[in-house]
Structures are given as structure tokens and as C-alpha cells.
Write a protein that binds this ligand. Structure first.
Ligand code: NA7
Length: 556
């Protein structure tokens, strides 16, 4: 079926028809759009499927008040087109969700990508056929499509997670998860609002609605080390600077470890006096977003004393901002150091607690007993609400792929192969699943995700081009290459500051294997592994199928 047969909503006119294309991409988020752009540019027939009613992925779904970047806008956007860079003006250092959704729609239209996209298409199965060396992908509405290559760009934060609290379904007021926020704005005026969860999402929403709502009650299980985002509008002068410096900025980002422009300070805590430390921490506190990590003392994450000193500084800040001392003390984490959990970056979060209509409930002191028809009962009694916001996180990293019904070579399911945690090569391929790629997947990133993702998207497109040029129909990462990447993960994970109870180990998701889900080697390790594959003409990537067949026949 030619792409032109899509109707104006991006749906095929006849569900159930088996379509055949070169590449099927799942997910119209930042990396799915990037992969689509590359594949279309390279002349492939492509169909992109997304369960949403619009493009944007994370930036389509998370339309809750206060949602915004915590990576600098211009470092998050695409770098593959200077023309795009020159024509798009980000309005703020850390843009809000509506602007990012507009940006991604702009990119799709500018590069004429929309006609390849089928929306409202939730993938429920994807099965490899060895004989034809193709994938057949099926959607919830019965549409089927066959392709030589399958790319799952389904994101790490796409499957919402609700806690198993008794009575959650009984609540008769409005309930929302931020990643399934309605398109129509929620009216908070005069409403009593509960926010469950104080991760990056909960602490963004609450200050954004605190003036409108009658009351906000924050339910906090773990306090987090939130620090100011320090957002600001991009001035005309800064805009001119960005436009004039596309090439050097791109070069700096391309060479960066984590995809940021922040520069390490060249200083260690251990070498400084108490007064120097105090002054330095003040500068770090006033720095933008993730610079709290990347421009902090170079031994901060590796020296517990240095980290504890930074935490003591942040605790003093919290006490200085939050007037009621009992509330301030509850907000100060006592069970983990900085970057033990993913640190949120906030605007007016601590200040919000000085408003008379905002209350903090520590679930460590008074746990939730149940949700009732009218509110939430904790061990100290019932509070009644009109709206409950479940800012309780995600099935991180593998959530979406584990729900797509992926079946690889020999009938092996992805869920079985990943039963003890994902096994990947560069966070993009897994052995036993030929012609299948997942940019932005588990083990892929640990920083500014699009900057990792663009390395992966480029590698995937180059690999497909290479295989096509040599008439290799089957691409499979060799087990040894996957093992080498997994060995890197295990070795460097030892230096990770993240706690096992958090999302990066699957610790927040009941029943999920506890395995590290980030790339602890940063972009340099991706570069190193990918360059090795490219330099060896992808040695071993094309003959594993034949080897397996030969082994089965007893030839080898
Ligand atoms: P997070 O960071 O996983 O935070 C989820 C929050 O929900 C966190 O405070 C949890 O407390 C809390 N939570 C989870 N389950 C419960 C129950 N049962 N009771 C009370 N509180 C609970 O998700 P976010 O959406 O905030 O952020 C996700 C990503 O978005 C983030 O990494 C950024 O990349 C952007 P806990 O810490 O588990 O005690």
C-alpha cells in the first residue's frame, strides 16, 4: 500500500491489510522521528507507528502543568540540520512541553515525514520470520505490516506505573497520571488536590498549580535532593550567539560525555578549604539544571565525604527557604546522598511550602492505608480530595518493549531472553533478534538522551545501508559483541551512585528483574564500541544466522 493511501488522520483506510515496507519504526518521539528522517533521506520505504493521537512521544503525552526540559533546549533538539537550528528559536533555556511538542511537529512537517506516520496504532505483536527474513508487526486495531527492519523507538519513560494501594480504583473524584494527561486543560480552581510522588514529575506539577488549586497535599515517600532549575528566557543576544555558533556547539556536544555543554570545574573537594567549598557550592546551586552534577567537584560522586558536604549545603538551603521547620526537615533526604536517586530540578518547589494551602505528608511517618471514594486515608486519618495525581513513575527502560509481543529467531520471545534483565549491544540490539533495533533503549544513555540517541540512530542507519549494499538480508549482533557491552555495563556500574531501589535498577517496579538499565560508560563508550564495529566492517553481524543453521546441522 503506498504511503499516499493514509487519510488525513494518518490512519490507513483499511485496517487489516498487510503492508510491506523496508523499515517499520515504532514510536514518534524524539528518536523515532530522527530514525524516520534518516531512513527517508536514505531512500527507504518506511512506516512509523505510534499509539498516540499525535507525534512527540514523551512530549505528546506529558502535557501536565509545569512539564518542561531539564536539559537545555538547544542541546536537546536535533543537530542534523543547520537550517532547522537556524530557523527555530527556543524561547527558554529549559522549554516547556507545549513548545517541544510544537518543535517536533515542525520537524515532521518541515521534512515531510507525516505521510509516513500512522497514529493511533498501538503495536501488540512483532514476529520475526526466518524464511523471508522479515518482521510482521501487528497493531491493536488489526493492522499488519511486514518489513525487513524493525526499529523500536519506544522510549524509556513511556509506561505509567500506578502503586498497588488498596482502593485506588474506588476514588470517585478525578484521577490522573502525568503521562496520560488529558488534552483539555484540567481545571484546578477551587479543587483540593493530592499529589502522590515527589520525583521529577510531582515536584514540577505541584508548584505550577499551587496558586490555582484550593489546596495541594504532597504525599512524599522518599525525599529527594531537588535543586533549582534556574530557567530563564533566551535573550535576543543569546539567540544570536546560538545561531552564530551552530558548528562549535555541535562539535562540543558531539565530543561530550553526557550530551551537555557544561564544563567540569577542574577542582576536587578534597583540595579545597571549607570557605572555598561554601563559595563553590553557592555557584553550583545557582547553575542550570544538570550542571549541579557535571560542574560540581570532580570527586563529588566518588567521595562520600564530598557528597555529604554538598548535601549538607543543600539541606541548609532547604531550611533557609522553607519557613516551617518541621516541613523543612521532612523535605531533607536522610536515606541517600546526591544522585542516589534521580535528582529533580525545580522552580519554586521549596517556596511552595510557604503557601498556606500547601501541606506535606511524609509517608514514612504516616503511611497510606487506603484510597476511599472521597480521599486518601493515612495512618493519621482521612483527607478528602477532588483530584488525585499519581506522579508515581514509570516501568523504566524496558516497559514498552516488554509489552509489544516481540518474538525473535527460533520463536524466542524478548521477554524470555530478557527474563533476568535486558541483554543489549550499545543499548540498541540484542542477540537472537535479527534486523531489530531499539535506539534509546535500556543501556543506551545516562545524560541528555537525544545526544546518545543520535549516535545510535546514525549507527543503525549506516549498518542497514552497509548490509543492503552487500546484499546481506540478515543483521544480528554477535553474542560476543553483546557480551562485551554487557561486561562494560557490569564493570562500570560499580561506580554508579544510583540506589537499587530506584527506576534505573527496575527497583520501583514490582516483579521486575533488578538489573542496571543505564549506560554507565557515557557517549565515549558508545563511540568506542560502534567505531570498532564500523572499522571491522561489522565483523560477525551478518553471518550469525548461517552459523546457527550450520551448527544445528552439525557442520561446525
Ligand atoms: P520517579 O522519579 O520514579 O518518582 C516516582 C515518585 O512516586 C517517587 O517519589 C516515589 O517514591 C513515588 N511513589 C512510587 N510508588 C509509591 C507509593 N506506592 N506510595 C507513595 N509514593 C510512591 O518518577 P517521575 O515521574 O517523578 O520521574 C520520572 C522521570 O521523568 C525522571 O527520571 C526524569 O527523567 C523525568 P520513592 O522514591 O519510590 O520512595
Amino acid at each position: 500500500m503506498p504511503a499516499q493511501s493514509l487519510d488525513h488522520q494518518g490512519r490507513d483506510q483499511q485496517a487489516g491489510v498487510v503492508d510491506v515496507v523496508d523499515v517499520v519504526i515504532v514510536g514518534a518521539g524524539i528518536l523515532g522521528i530522527n530514525q524516520l528522517y534518516r531512513a527517508v533521506q536514505a531512500g527507504y520505504s518506511v512506516r512509523l507507528l505510534d499509539q498516540a493521537g499525535g507525534v512527540g512521544g514523551t512530549w505528546y503525552w506529558n502535557r501536565y502543568p509545569g512539564c518542561r526540559f531539564d536539559s537545555e533546549s538547544y542541546t536537546y533538539g536535533y543537530l542534523f540540520s543547520e537550517e532547522l537550528w537556524q530557523e527555530w528559536d527556543w524561547s527558554e533555556e529549559f522549554a516547556a512541553q507545549p513548545e517541544t511538542e510544537r518543535y517536533l511537529n515542525h520537524v515532521v512537517d518541515k521534512f515531510d515525514l507525516r505521510r509516513h506516520i500512522r497514529l493511533n496504532s498501538k503495536v501488540t505483536s512483532a514476529v520475526w520470520d526466518e524464511g523471508s527474513a522479515t518482521w510482521t508487526t501487528g497493531t491493536e486495531d488489526g493492522f499488519q505490516i511486514r518489513s525487513q527492519y524493525l526499529v523500536s523507538a519506544t522510549g524509556v519513560l513511556s509506561v505509567p506505573q500506578y502503586p498497588d494501594i488498596p482502593g485506588r480504583e474506588d476514588f470517585l473524584g478525578e484521577s490522573y497520571h502525568p503521562v496520560r494527561w488529558p488534552k483539555e486543560p484540567v481545571d484546578f480552581r477551587g479543587k483540593r488536590v493530592a499529589v502522590i510522588g515527589t520525583g521529577s514529575t510531582g515536584v514540577q506539577i505541584a508548584p505550577a498549580i499551587a496558586d490555582e488549586a484550593a489546596s495541594i497535599t504532597m504525599y512524599q515517600r522518599s525525599a529527594t535532593w531537588a535543586t533549582p532549575l534556574n530557567n530563564h528566557p533566551i535573550s535576543a543576544e543569546q539567540q544570536a550567539f546560538l545561531k552564530a555558533n551552530y558548528a562549535p556547539i555541535k562539535a562540543e556536544l558531539d565530543a561530550s560525555v553526557g550530551g551537555f555543554l557544561h564544563k567540569p570545574p577542574g577542582k576536587k573537594w578534597v583540595d579545597q578549604s571549607p570557605q572555598e567549598r561554601e563559595e563553590f557550592f553557592e555557584t553550583v546551586w545557582n547553575s542550570p539544571g544538570f550542571a549541579k552534577i557535571s560542574t560540581n567537584y570532580e570527586d563529588m560522586l566518588f567521595n562520600r565525604e564530598a557528597n555529604a558536604d554538598w548535601c549538607a549545603f543543600m539541606a541548609r538551603k532547604i531550611r533557609a527557604i522553607v519557613k516551617e521547620s518541621a516541613t523543612a526537615e521532612k523535605l531533607i533526604p536522610t536515606d541517600h546522598l546526591y544522585v542516589g536517586l534521580r535528582p529533580p530540578y525545580v522552580t519554586d518547589y521549596y517556596e511552595m511550602y510557604n503557601k498556606p494551602n500547601v501541606e506535606l505528608v511524609s509517608l514514612r511517618e504516616t503511611p497510606i492505608v487506603k484510597v476511599t471514594e472521597t480521599g486518601i486515608e493515612t495512618s493519621d486519618g482521612l483527607r478528602e480530595f477532588d483530584i488525585i495525581i499519581w506522579a508515581t513513575g514509570f516501568d523504566f527502560g524496558t516497559g514498552a518493549m516488554r509489552r509489544m509481543g516481540i518474538v525473535g529467531a527460533g520463536g524466542l520471545t524478548l521477554n524470555d531472553y530478557w527474563a533476568d534483565g535486558p541483554l543489549t549491544y550499545c543499548g540498541i540490539m540484542t542477540h537472537g533478534f535479527p534486523n531489530f533495533f531499539f535506539p534509546g533503549g535500556p543501556h543506551g544513555a545516562a545524560g541528555n538522551n537525544p545526544r546518545y540517541g543520535e549516535l545510535q540512530v546514525t549507527f543503525i542507519q549506516d549498518l542497514i545501508d552497509f548490509a543492503r549494499a552487500r546484499e546481506q538480508r540478515r543483521i544480528e549482533v554477535p553474542k560476543e559483541a553483546e557480551q562485551a557491552w554487557m561486561d562494560m555495563i557490569s564493570e562500570l556500574e560499580a561506580y554508579s551512585s544510583f540506589e537499587k531501589r530506584g527506576q534505573y535498577y527496575g527497583g520501583n517496579t514490582p516483579g521486575k528483574p533488578k538489573a542496571y538499565l543505564l549506560n554507565p560508560g557515557g557517549r565515549p563508550k558508545l563511540d568506542e564500541f560502534m567505531a570498532k564495529a564500523v572499522d571491522s566492517d561489522y565483523q560477525g553481524f551478518f553471518d550469525t544466522g548461517r552459523r546457527a543453521a550450520a551448527t544445528a546441522e552439525g557442520v561446525v
